[in-house]
Design a binder for this molecule. Structure first.
Ligand SMILES: Cc1ncc(COP(=O)(O)O)c(C=O)c1O
Length: 391
């Protein structure tokens, strides 16, 4: 039988890194020692007390039953308490917090809850690709909003065409930003919320990197006056607690949106394993002792890797947070040319900026999620590269 896949599935853009990964495999097969800095997957292990808590929780029979889609009460309460300590905000654990199977899951599902076919969703360019997923599947339309270096990688709201704005229902943003490493200020959020309320746009701010900041603590959009009327914020344990494989995230903010996403999810999934939710709750409860060393570790890495890039003539601003460095090579060239050049001549795999959107062209993203010794070796190789050899 010739199995025909759906038009929607076929309308997904091709996976841009496929060809790159094929080349990487070919280089490895030739015996090259490839250092992969392409994907943001933390190498640091989850803190031992969280792992120990998970082991205890796995042994409890009560946790073997179905979880509840919006998440167990223990975790939702710890999340509320954490937001109070971290941002000075009160969220009702019953209807302003919902647990996700990783923030990616909630991000992909939110558009189904708020978009009708033909509605616009604003998506930053360059972007984390999952923002597009739910919009495409729900029949929404995408309008790309450039994030340019000259604006500190913040969107220029005045440039969004009026015709688009009239049909815009949703805007995905993410700060501290992947892929650019840029941060947002409370003033930016204040203006954004004012603009969103005026234009009837729902803001979905993705705070996956909110605790990997290198200066002042990253603010929450929900601290801006009136934000709860229009915004939700997505959080993740993946980077903050190095729990990427455990798949726990949450959404917080406007209760109508949180409940709508939850209602949708009740029809799709049954939530994450309670043992894992309780381990995440333990992490949140002990955030102040577990997270600062993780943050300091990523900052040390960023400092030393950025110093190497600077001395090799790369053009960039040091990241204010996240685990990424977003930079232009010492010579002007297409992102993919730079990435292939580094793969072939230095055996380093990086992510081409063009893979994150048109405005990423000319940039390369380095992910600092490999062990320190590998990062030191990558920095040495980057410094040794002779860019005059790039054809
Ligand atoms: C900007 C951004 N948001 C969300 C996610 C997904 O995180 P999670 O592991 O919670 O699904 C990632 C993962 O890399 C990310 O970079």
């Amino acid at each position: 039988m010739n199995i025909e896949l759906s038009e929607k599935l076929r309308s997904f853009p091709p996976f841009l890194f496929e060809e790159l990964y094929r080349k990487e495999r070919a280089e490895r097969a030739r015996g090259k020692d490839i250092i992969s800095l392409a994907v943001g997957d933390p190498d640091l292990p989850t803190a031992k007390p969280i792992v120990d808590c998970a082991v205890r929780e796995v042994r409890k029979g009560a946790n073997h039953r179905y979880p509840n889609t919006k998440g167990n009460e223990n975790l939702r309460k710890e999340i509320s308490a954490w937001h109070k300590r971290r941002h000075g905000l009160d969220f009702h654990p019953g209807d302003e917090v919902s647990i996700l199977i990783g923030s990616k899951e909630g991000i992909a599902h939110l558009p189904f809850a708020v978009l009708n076919p033909g509605d616009y969703c604003l998506i930053p360019d360059p972007t984390y690709p999952t923002y597009r997923t739910g919009v495409i599947l729900s029949g929404g339309r995408i309008h790309d909003v450039p994030l340019e270096e000259k604006n500190g990688f913040l969107p220029d709201l005045g440039k969004i065409p009026r015709k688009v704005l009239e049909r815009t229902r949703l805007f995905f943003l993410n700060y501290p930003n992947n892929p650019t490493g840029a941060g947002a200020t409370p003033e930016f959020y204040k203006d954004l919320v004012k603009w969103a309320r005026k234009n009837g746009v729902i803001i979905a701010q993705d705070a996956a990197y909110c605790d990997l900041y290198f200066g002042e603590p990253a603010p929450s959009i929900l601290q801006a006056p009136g934000a709860r009327d229009v915004a939700v914020e997505f959080y993740s344990t993946s980077k903050t607690y190095c729990m990427a494989g455990w798949r726990i995230g949450w959404v917080v903010g406007n209760s109508k949106l949180v409940c709508a996403l939850n209602q949708l999810k009740e029809n799709i999934d049954s939530g994450p394993f309670n043992a894992i939710q309780n381990a995440a709750a333990f992490g949140l409860k002990h955030h102040e002792s577990i997270v600062p060393p993780v943050r300091a570790h990523f900052k040390r890495r960023a400092d030393s890797f950025c110093a190497a890039l600077e001395s090799a003539g790369w053009r960039f601003k040091r990241p204010g947070g996240s685990c990424f460095v977003w930079a232009r090579p010492p010579v002007d060239c297409a992102s993919l040319d730079a990435v292939y050049f580094m793969l072939e001549k230095a055996s380093i795999l990086t992510a081409p900026g063009s893979g994150f959107g048109k405005y990423g062209e000319g940039y390369v993203r380095f992910s600092l999620t490999e062990p320190d010794a590998k990062l030191r070796e990558a920095a040495r190789r980057v410094k040794a590269l002779d860019w005059t050899k790039l054809k």
